[in-house]
Design a protein around this ligand. Structure first.
Ligand SMILES: Nc1ncnc2c1ncn2[C@@H]1O[C@H](COP(=O)(O)OP(=O)(O)OP(=O)(O)O)[C@@H](O)[C@H]1O
Ligand SMILES: [Mg+2]
Length: 505
């Protein structure tokens, strides 16, 4: 039984129902209201005032367009009933509306009356917080989507053309639409049908690419296409090994073996050493889609509760696409406000952080969180607690062998004949340089030679490297502090720990 049903059955006086799907929610409430004892349903909108559900709108005679008048009318009713208010969230900040609501529900005792505030956003004034219970109306599940799909498969003579749809094909079409509202799913199936002239397993791609569009529109999640493979990351052997071992972690085979699903990893480290790069290539390695969650875009100060709703929505969509990798880059910046006691944004970042942690703790769907950070002191300590992530890795400046690999990778990307470079001496010349700095040096050398209309050489690279100061020298204290911190708390991503512990600047 769904939570909403329980609350209505229990005669809860005031329910805040979060959903963008008014019609579906109304139908669900109508189904519940027919249970024992049956209750009438009334709907309030700012355009029509109160009307009885299922009756023609013209029958309305109450003068209840204003929210206050509507609530007063509800309070006066002697009959049991369910009263759905659709647009009230736009008025809920008003002191009069809040007061009317509180007085109304205070008189509901023993009367089987329930007010449901239906809204796509959560907006609850403090005065009401104690009286209201918030329920999220779930998105359609496979069974409901199956109804939508069925109506398409059977409609106007498509039946024969679509008959080739196998059970697996059907399941794939349904899975592809998970995370969409009923209307969205309907549109997506229709579009696939129009594009291909049929709905078969081959149309899964169309459905998925439509879903990508819808995800793009919400602006918080982003699908990333990654061309690089894990071989384009130099060094970080331990981290790579860990990731390779888990390539099949989300398969049925792993479940049967008795393995738990990995939850996520946090990659800490010095800037420019490949944290974002390896996080992105993991999706290729594991054969999973990669979704980037931009926490910065979750924040929305326009309305109380808006940011939380944004985050919840995004996480729900991510779950619907699972198994998936959820990439949260530079998580230290995103949650910077949540650690300190200074409450600069009215506690929003604290609440967002809290909801995120709760979700991580409780999630059962295979969403693997891959977070990166380089300012550990800005991360709230709850984030680093054992058990939150499967592993916390520390990505340090590349050691000698790793620098050789990085040179080989980046030279190899740009030239065929890399044998003419003395990789050993190049790697030897840039101790303390990050992968990004090595790449920049290489590019600078290429520009120098290009300007002189000749091929670049070993010497150009050495000169370019020499003329730049790496971050490890300009911000020595920060880098040293980070290493000190990580030494005891995170697992090194590189294979050999010994060398960089000896390294000094
Ligand atoms: N280990 C590496 N192997 C190959 N290339 C690397 C490596 N580290 C860095 N690079 C190059 O530098 C670029 C920037 O690295 P990346 O964005 O992954 O660094 P980061 O650790 O996420 O840094 P930041 O903390 O600044 O976000 C990469 O796209 C890649 O071209
Ligand atoms: Mg990065």
């Amino acid at each position: 039984m769904h939570e909403l049903e329980v609350l209505i059955q229990a005669h809860y006086p005031l329910i805040y129902l979060l959903t963008p799907e008014e019609e579906r929610a109304e139908q669900a409430i109508a189904a519940i209201s027919q249970l024992r004892p049956p209750r009438k349903i009334f709907l309030w909108t700012v355009t029509h005032g109160i009307v009885e559900y299922g009756r023609p709108r013209t029958l309305t005679q109450h003068n209840t367009v204003s929210p206050e008048a509507a609530i007063e009318w509800v309070a006066r009713q002697r009959e049991p009933g369910i009263f759905i208010f659709k647009d009230l969230h736009a008025f809920i900040e008003s002191a009069a509306v809040t007061r009317w609501l509180r007085d109304a529900i205070a008189g509901f005792k023993g009367m089987n009356k329930t007010i449901i505030l239906m809204s796509p956003v959560q907006r609850i004034p403090v005065e009401l917080e104690k009286d209201v219970v918030v329920v999220e109306f779930p998105l359609p599940d496979m069974t409901e989507l199956d109804e939508v799909l069925n109506s398409h498969l059977k409609s106007n003579g498509n039946f024969t053309r679509n008959r080739r749809l196998s059970t697996e094909g059907r399941e794939k079409l349904l899975k592809a639409a998970l995370g969409l509202t009923k209307d969205e799913a309907d549109k997506v199936y229709r579009k696939a049908e129009v594009v291909a002239g049929r709905l078969t397993e081959a149309e899964v791609e169309v459905v998925l690419s439509e879903k990508k569009q819808i995800i793009k529109r919400n602006g918080i999640l982003e699908y990333l296409e990654v061309d690089d493979t894990i071989d384009s990351v130099g060094g970080l052997a331990e981290l790579k090994r860990w990731l390779s071992q888990r390539a099949d972690a989300f398969t049925e085979r792993a479940r049967q073996y008795g393995l738990p699903q990995p939850k996520g990893m946090l990659i800490l480290g010095v800037p420019g050493c490949g944290k974002s790069l390896i996080a992105k290539t993991t999706a290729r390695l594991w054969g999973l889609p990669l979704l980037r969650l931009d926490i910065g875009r979750v924040y929305d100060g326009s309305m109380v509760g808006r940011s939380e709703a944004n985050l919840r929505n995004a996480l729900r969509v991510a779950e619907s696409i699972s198994p998936v990798i959820l990439f949260i880059d530079e998580v230290d910046k995103a949650f910077a406000g949540a650690g300190g006691s200074a409450d600069s944004d009215g506690g929003t970042s604290m609440r967002i952080f809290g909801s995120f942690l709760t979700w991580m703790q409780e999630k059962t769907s295979p969403v693997f969180v891959m977070a990166t950070a380089n300012r550990v002191e800005r991360l709230p300590s709850e984030f680093l607690r054992k058990g939150r992530f499967d592993e916390i890795f520390f990505v340090d400046l590349p050691n000698f062998d790793e620098r050789k690999e990085i040179f080989r990778i980046h030279l190899g990307k740009r030239r065929e004949d890399i044998a003419r470079f003395d990789i050993e001496s190049l790697a030897g010349a840039c101790e303390g340089y990050s992968g990004a700095e090595i790449e920049q040096g290489l590019v600078a050398a290429m520009y120098d030679a290009f300007a002189q209309d000749r091929e670049f050489t070993q010497f150009d690279i050495l000169a370019a490297l020499k003329s730049t100061l790496p971050l490890s020298r300009t911000a020595t204290e920060q880098v040293t502090a980070l290493r000190e911190w990580a030494r005891h708390r995170a697992r090194p991503a590189a294979a050999m720990v010994a060398e960089y512990q000896r390294m000094e600047f």
